[in-house]
Design a protein around this ligand. Structure first.
Ligand SMILES: C[S@@+](CC[C@H](N)C(=O)[O-])C[C@H]1O[C@@H](n2cnc3c(N)ncnc32)[C@H](O)[C@@H]1O
Length: 316
């Protein structure tokens, strides 16, 4: 079957099954099977010959993948990769698929790192609590290589994906140290493991935050993102978010900064929680690209005398 015709047929089958982006998914699956970029595939679709190599076996594979996608297996599990900022992360069963809104959280982190640099903090220490595929930590390591990046993850399956992604960072990126543990225990572990218990300048987290009564509508999320990555615990889903705040306060340098992703409906509650905390100040809510309140940041109070404690040897 000619390529353009095959894609049209696949788009029809996916649309009929209610897949929200049938054209994109059909093209990305075809590009995956034939080892092409999406642009190359599109060029072939409009070319006079319109053919691709690989014969019947490749076509069978393509229709098999279209069938799996019709049954709501996530596209990223079928291609094995998820784009995130400049990276192509390896993903699959057992790990949360990174979302575009989290890219905005990384922007906030990078802004903060640049302002720290202007203040003379050249090699800031950063930790990503609940790293999943490693999307946030890997992006920071790639886009701000002067940072010393750590990542914490409780799930063995997710930690294995993160490790794979950390081993395949682009040339020039800094390395990421993975801590396979509960983020609630990380402060104690960090202080006992690290010589001098050097504090962090920045904590970032996209923790699980879905409340128990808000089961996701999308079958791909409900059935394929791991539960441990989705539900935050407690009646409002904010138990793990609160745990991130507790850990951050124990590992941040005075004046250190934390930023958390959350659901839009949780923005006001989380801001109130931070405002009520005597150790937190400069609480700010941040919008995502669609104008929804999807992240909150705060600084941990400076020591009363105003001195900034910093690990030795890391300033300019
Ligand atoms: C919403 S996912 C975010 C993953 C990744 N940071 C991202 O933005 O794509 C939350 C992650 O936190 C991890 N997690 C859940 N509870 C945790 C805990 N108590 N300690 C450490 N990690 C945890 C989950 O396994 C999951 O990988």
């Amino acid at each position: 079957m000619e390529l353009g015709h095959m894609i049209r047929e696949a788009v029809g089958r996916l649309a009929e099954a209610g897949i929200p982006s049938p054209q994109t998914d059909a093209e990305l699956l075809a590009a995956h099977v034939w080892g092409l970029s999406r642009g190359e595939l599109q060029a072939k679709m409009v070319s006079a010959t319109g053919g691709v190599a690989g014969g019947a076996a490749a076509q069978d594979r393509f229709w098999g993948l279209i069938d799996e996608r019709r049954h709501r297996i996530p596209l990223q599990h079928l291609t094995g990769v998820a784009p995130f900022r400049w990276l192509e992360l390896r993903v699959g069963p057992g790990v949360f698929i990174p979302r575009p809104e989290t890219e905005t959280v990384v922007d906030l982190v990078l802004q903060r790192l640049r302002s720290l640099n202007a203040q003379g903090v050249v090699h800031p220490r950063v930790v990503d609590l609940g790293t999943g595929s490693g999307a946030i930590a890997a992006s920071i390591a790639a886009e701000y290589p002067a940072a010393e990046v750590h990542a914490v993850e409780i799930s063995s399956e997710a930690a294995a994906w993160a490790q794979l992604n950390f081993q395949n960072l682009p040339r020039g990126a800094s390395s990421v140290t993975l801590h396979h543990c509960d983020l609630r225990d990380f402060a104690a572990q960090w202080h006992s493991d690290s010589v001098g218990a050097a504090p962090f300048e920045l904590v970032v987290s996209n923790p699980p935050y879905i409340p128990p009564n808000m089961v996701p509508i999308e079958q791909e999320v409900r059935e394929h993102d791991p539960e441990v990555a989705l539900y935050g615990g407690g009646p409002d889903g904010l138990d793990l978010t609160t745990a991130v705040l507790q850990t951050a306060k124990q590992i941040l340098v005075p004046g250190g900064w934390l930023v958390l992703e959350h659901a839009e409906v949780q923005a006001d509650a989380l801001a109130a929680l931070c405002d009520a905390d005597p150790l937190l100040e400069n609480v700010e809510t941040h919008n995502d690209l669609t104008g929804r309140k999807r992240a909150t940041s705060a600084t941990v109070q400076r020591a009363p005398h105003g001195a900034v404690q910093r690990a030795s040897g890391r300033t300019a």
